[in-house]
Design a protein around this ligand. Structure first.
Ligand code: SAM
Length: 216
């Protein structure tokens, strides 16, 4: 699948996939969107200090590097799924680490790490990435937060089904939550029918809403 680097409104890069006619992030600002959806309303909204995170769609690595740099006092075990990895030619050109004042080395470490192998990025952040699709992913772990950052329901309906979202429910610890940029009614209704408490939150710049789904 061909991917092209684009520049979003906050100056940070994202990718455009011509075959899907879809971007990896909001064109209004990829870093701003990720900080709002996955950092402020994700890791910063969970009270635990020892947090297991599952990311659905590692992609550019933006959510992982932002989590690493903004985790405050938390110790994080981060699992990322990505069946269609971004090529080295592209991820080495992305401008995220310059813009978030992270070390380029750390960002590249996430991308260059072996698949299906846990590594310690530092004493408070361990990282594991898998090429498995969410639909086929199996693990003994339970997660406190799922960053659900798949392509939109219009583009990728097969990952927003009741069956797959129920799997997310089962992968979560009690008091864990799934967080997503998506605010579609049908997705919220499906999450509710599974047993999640569904919260509509203010969206990132120029998006009205986003969703957090709590497992009570
Ligand atoms: C909207 S992009 C976001 C990627 C990433 N979070 C980022 O910030 O760059 C969606 C990602 O989900 C990945 N993906 C597609 N199908 C998937 C599946 N079945 N399971 C897990 N990830 C999937 C895509 O390859 C893509 O990288």
């Amino acid at each position: 699948m061909k991917k092209e680097i684009i520049v979003t409104k906050d100056g940070s890069h994202s990718l455009f996939v011509p075959d899907l006619n879809e971007n990896y992030h909001s064109v209004h600002g990829s870093i701003e969107e990720a900080l709002h959806v996955f950092i402020k309303n994700g890791i910063h909204s969970h009270p635990k200090k020892n947090i297991n995170i599952l990311e659905v769609g590692f992609g550019t690595g933006l959510n992982a590097i932002l989590t690493l740099e903004n985790k405050k006092q938390a110790t994080v075990n981060y699992t990322a799924l990505e069946p269609f990895p971004v090529s080295k030619d592209i991820y080495t050109k992305l401008n995220f680490f310059e813009r978030i004042h992270s070390e380029g080395d750390t960002f590249l470490k996430l991308h260059n790490s072996d698949w299906e192998q846990e590594i310690e990025i530092n004493e408070k952040f361990t990282f594991y990435k898998s090429q498995e699709r969410l639909q086929n992913f199996t693990t003994d772990k339970k997660f406190d937060i799922i960053y659900f950052d798949a392509f939109s329901p219009e583009t990728q309906p097969e990952i927003w089904t009741e069956r797959v979202l129920k799997k997310c429910y089962e992968l979560l610890n009690k008091e864990g939550f799934l967080v997503t940029y998506c605010a579609k009614g049908v997705v919220k209704r499906t999450l509710k029918s599974i047993g999640f408490e569904v919260i509509a939150l203010d969206g990132p710049p120029r998006k009205r809403q986003m969703t957090r789904a709590n497992k009570l």
